[in-house]
Design a protein around this ligand. Structure first.
Ligand SMILES: Cc1cc2nc3c(=O)[nH]c(=O)nc-3n(C[C@H](O)[C@H](O)[C@H](O)COP(=O)(O)OP(=O)(O)OC[C@H]3O[C@@H](n4cnc5c(N)ncnc54)[C@H](O)[C@@H]3O)c2cc1C
Ligand SMILES: O=P(O)(O)OC[C@H](O)CO
Ligand code: FES
Length: 525
């Protein structure tokens, strides 16, 4: 049954899909984002280095290079408009062997050719002054003051919320399994939640973008696409280690990418990684002992004395690598109305504002819509108690006293922030975490989880303790209120569900299974 009709359907609510949605929402049309998972930012966009690259890495003349430089230039204004955290802290590519100085110079030349401003090579003395913990073997570095760090969850949620405020629909739990066309040339997008008719389809499905591409291209005689997940593993250190470096420290790039970096994060942690290994499993976000050893060994080449004993979690993310190592953006000639936004590996986060503009402009070439007179270009973010003055915090507490009750002690997040996130759409523990940073701290949610769950139940209609999940279906946190009630999802009955219909009053939930699951992003164990 076709239950809806749109001008364009965007497949995937990662940073690419949400950036496209926000740009399309400037137009007077009907748009829908369909996402397999239960929230935005559930794929690669949640597990990466979170660097806004200056733009010297990609080959001159490539789409990657152009969109990286254009995208990173948009970040300062975009972060003000959409109220997410972005800090232009600058980056250093460190050369640890004098033999490699020509490679550093080549990077400088490429950056200049790509249009990156203010790049220069600095010697060891200046480098040590900037970074006292730089490795003893470091001889020089490429200094890029325009590079930055960003909150990847904050960015993606901001783009999505602004798109939603401007009328875009988001359909979650809606994995796309089929694409076909009507006699009139419209697309029929079959999802787990029904079929949507659309004049245009945008494929922003990350590591799964090959599957979506092949549904559209292959029956029309086009070339198939193959995307290999290229896994990158990380160690995340506590905020006690966050000031170990002040800038993003890269090693010289290799054919597998930009190598292992050491960087502060916008949440005040120290992030070390990633590795780069091609794997078969598009869901293979586990970490390995070899990968984490490699993170330690490679980071020591550029930065000394990293306090790895302060590690609070490890996680990995998957690059959507295709053999040409280039963004594949454009309408397929053999499938009119179908637009690929595929192969979006690094620097996809940095380029996302420019990717959004480019894809929306291609879509507009098909749709020919008018501009929306009511488009709102700004959006208010979530309060961050760590950045408020005492007066500003008191003003919030006057508005709602729950902003004065701390739930997550590690990250200083209050009941008020969590309830606000729920009011604005968060339903799972991870969805709350992405919006507020609750549960990202040193105890890795051991302390704050039960109260966050209770607040979700209190603030959202029709949610009880047994239906709160870590990250959507298959990640239940509570399966019974008493030890005897504990059971797995498959054996749940209506009777036992009734027993869970009120929030737990005192005492731990009978079984918390999601905390046993492997880490997947900056804040998850
Ligand atoms: C280790 C690592 C480090 C990185 N570091 C950086 C960095 O520092 N700076 C930078 O600029 N870039 C970086 N990147 C790249 C950046 O993270 C990606 O380019 C970007 O997040 C890709 O976003 P996306 O929206 O295209 O994909 P995703 O975020 O993966 O979103 C795709 C979405 O599509 C959904 N989906 C998939 N299949 C279907 C389907 N059939 N139906 C419905 N929905 C579906 C998924 O659930 C997912 O939510 C890094 C990547 C990795 C892996
Ligand atoms: O290893 P790369 O080249 O995919 O880059 C990933 C991030 O952008 C930097 O860690
Ligand atoms: S109290 Fe929330 S992460 Fe520790």
């Amino acid at each position: 049954m076709v239950h809806d009709a749109c001008d364009a359907v965007i497949i995937g609510a990662g940073v690419s899909g949400c950036a496209v949605a926000r740009e399309l929402s400037r137009l007077d049309g009907r748009f829908c984002v369909v996402e397999a998972e239960d929230d935005v930012c559930s794929g690669t966009s949640k597990a990466n280095s979170a660097i806004v690259h200056a733009g010297f890495d990609a080959p001159t003349g490539s789409l990657m290079a152009r969109l990286n430089v254009e995208g990173s230039a948009l970040f300062p204004q975009l972060s003000r408009d959409l109220d997410f955290t972005f800090r232009q802290i600058g980056s250093l590519v460190v050369c640890t062997d004098a033999c490699d100085l020509p490679a550093l110079e080549a990077l400088l030349e490429r950056g200049i050719a790509n249009g990156v401003s203010d790049l220069r090579v600095i010697g060891r003395k200046e480098l040590v002054a900037l970074e006292p913990h730089i490795a003893d073997g470091a001889v020089a570095a490429l200094w890029a003051p325009t590079a930055g760090i960003v909150d990847p969850f904050g960015l993606t949620v901001a783009l999505a919320e602004n798109a939603r405020d401007n009328g875009v629909d988001f359909l979650f739990g809606a994995r796309v399994g089929g694409l076909s066309r009507t006699a009139g040339g419209d697309w029929l997008v079959s999802t787990a939640r029904g079929t949507i008719k659309a004049r245009a389809v945008i494929n922003a499905a990350g590591v799964f973008a090959d599957q979506i591409h092949n549904l559209a291209a292959v029956p029309a005689g086009g070339e198939p696409l193959a995307i290999t997940p290229r896994r990158g593993e990380y160690k995340l250190l506590d905020t006690t280690a966050g000031a170990h470096v002040a800038h993003t420290i890269f090693m010289l790039p290799t054919k597998m990418g930009k190598g292992v970096l050491v960087t502060p994060t916008v949440h005040g942690n120290l992030l070390v990684g990633p590795t780069a290994d091609d794997i078969d499993d598009k869901l293979g976000t586990d970490t390995t002992s070899e990968g984490l050893v490699s993170v330690r060994e490679k980071s020591a080449l550029t930065v000394k004395d990293i306090p790895f004993r302060e590690t609070i979690t490890s996680f990995s993310g998957l690059r959507a690598h295709q053999p040409g190592h280039e963004f594949l953006i454009g309408e397929l000639p053999e499938a009119p109305g179908f637009i690929d936004c595929a192969g979006i590996e690094s620097p996809g986060l940095s380029a996302s504002p420019a990717i959004g503009r480019m894809v929306a402009s291609i879509a507009q070439g098909i749709l020919h819509l008018g501009e929306k007179a009511t488009f709102a270009s700004t959006r208010r973010g979530y309060p961050n108690l760590n950045e408020l003055t005492t007066e500003e915090w008191n003003a919030l507490i006057d508005e709602d006293p729950r902003y004065g009750t701390i739930v997550c002690r590690c990250c200083r997040v209050s009941e008020g922030q969590i309830c606000e996130a729920v009011r604005r759409g968060a339903r799972s523990l991870d969805a709350v975490k992405r919006r507020t940073a609750a549960a990202m701290g040193r105890c890795q949610a051991g302390f704050c989880t039960p109260r966050i769950m209770e607040l979700i139940c209190e603030e959202a209609d029709g949610v009880d303790m047994c239906s709160v999940t870590k990250a959507g279906p298959g990640s239940k946190l509570v399966v019974g209120l008493n030890k005897g009630d504990a059971m797995d999802d498959s054996s749940a009955t209506d009777g036992t569900r009734t027993a869970c219909s009120t929030p737990v009053a005192g005492g731990p939930p009978a079984l918390i299974d999601a905390l046993r699951r492997g880490g997947e992003d900056h804040g998850t164990r």
